[in-house]
Design a protein around this ligand. Structure first.
Ligand SMILES: Nc1ncnc2c1ncn2[C@@H]1O[C@@H]2COP(=O)(O)O[C@H]2[C@H]1O
Ligand SMILES: [Fe+2]
Length: 294
């Protein structure tokens, strides 16, 4: 009798993904080894497409973002969905997400945000054939998707096993450039109300990144605004949400008058990167402030 093939941890149903040890290998489309990726974050979807979040319907704004991405047919290698995919935690809200993502060709990888119900999320994304891989090797880059969710809290924390995953990834692939994706911000973004809801043990992340000698990028969601700063040699990047935007540099909770968006990144084999925030046209899905009160 032939042995039953053993599915290794990290293996996915994706065409272009093969597995070695715990990491999932992806092969960049481009012959020169540049990795093209998109960040989509904080979709905050409900079960119902018409449901409202502070003056806009997140399904419709996410639908418009997917349409805008589809207008540009340049090849992409992967999409990172950095949490708060659901607003109401319902299985149907995750099915709304998987149906929208199914329209985009590249494989999607994900991590949970403070709003997500991780078991429901995983069940629905698994059922839709979306990979649960959290350690990717793509060309000269390693991409890690870490879980910062602390159940019941708005702020985040990296649990011991997440820190071990990071430590192991750095030890196993010291020459790969490293992109760590998380939900919560590890550096202040300048909004006092939101910076209380940060990654509480960011120091643990920073200590480990400081030991890594190749390029280092931390990509996060949660802040519903674009962000791009370098701290101690680490590039910290965030994307606008596909729904509501928070007002930059505001001490108190306030919405911004900017349109929903996403981030595109090109990761070069030598560790450089280029990146750009894209948004829907001005005034698209900007809430009526007189109605929401913010
Ligand atoms: N009016 C508000 N004032 C303060 N916090 C809020 C308000 N509305 C929503 N929030 C919370 O702030 C959180 C920050 O981003 P989240 O998307 O995690 O979800 C948000 C809500 O949990
Ligand atoms: Fe969010």
């Amino acid at each position: 009798m032939l042995p039953i093939p053993r599915i290794q941890h990290g293996q996915t149903a994706l065409n272009r993904a093969t597995t070695q040890s715990e990491a999932t290998r992806l092969h960049p489309h481009s012959a020169d080894g540049v990795i093209e990726l998109l960040q989509i974050t904080d979709t905050h979807l409900f079960a119902g497409a018409e449901a409202d979040l502070l003056g806009i319907a997140p399904w419709h704004s996410c639908r418009a973002v997917v349409d805008a991405i589809l207008e540009d047919d340049s090849p992409r290698d992967l999409i990172l969905a950095t949490g708060d995919l659901s607003q109401d935690h319902s299985p149907e809200s995750y099915r709304q997400f998987t149906r929208l993502m199914a329209e985009l060709a590249p494989p999607v990888f994900w991590l949970p945000g403070n709003h997500d119900d991780a078991p429901v999320m995983q069940a629905e994304l698994d059922a839709a054939g979306i990979s649960n891989a959290k350690q990717l090797l793509c060309g000269n880059w390693q991409i890690l998707l870490l879980d910062t969710q602390l159940r019941g809290a708005v702020h985040g924390e990296l649990a011991a096993e997440q820190l071990e995953l990071l430590e192991r990834a750095i030890n196993d692939y010291p020459r790969h450039h490293l992109l760590v994706a998380v939900h919560h911000q590890a550096v202040p973004v300048g909004c006092a109300w939101l910076d209380q809801h940060n990654l509480r043990n960011a120091g643990e992340l920073k200590q480990r990144l400081a030991r890594h000698r190749a390029a280092k990028v931390v990509l996060f969601g949660h802040v519903h605004q674009g962000f791009d700063e370098v701290h101690d040699g680490v590039r910290y990047l965030a994307s606008p949400s596909t729904c509501i935007q928070f007002k930059p540099l505001s001490d108190d909770f306030a919405l911004d008058h900017t349109a929903p968006g996403w981030r595109a990144l090109s990761l070069y084999p030598d560790g450089r990167l280029s990146t750009q925030v894209w948004r829907l046209p001005p005034d698209a899905f900007v809430p009526d402030f007189s109605a929401t009160g913010y």
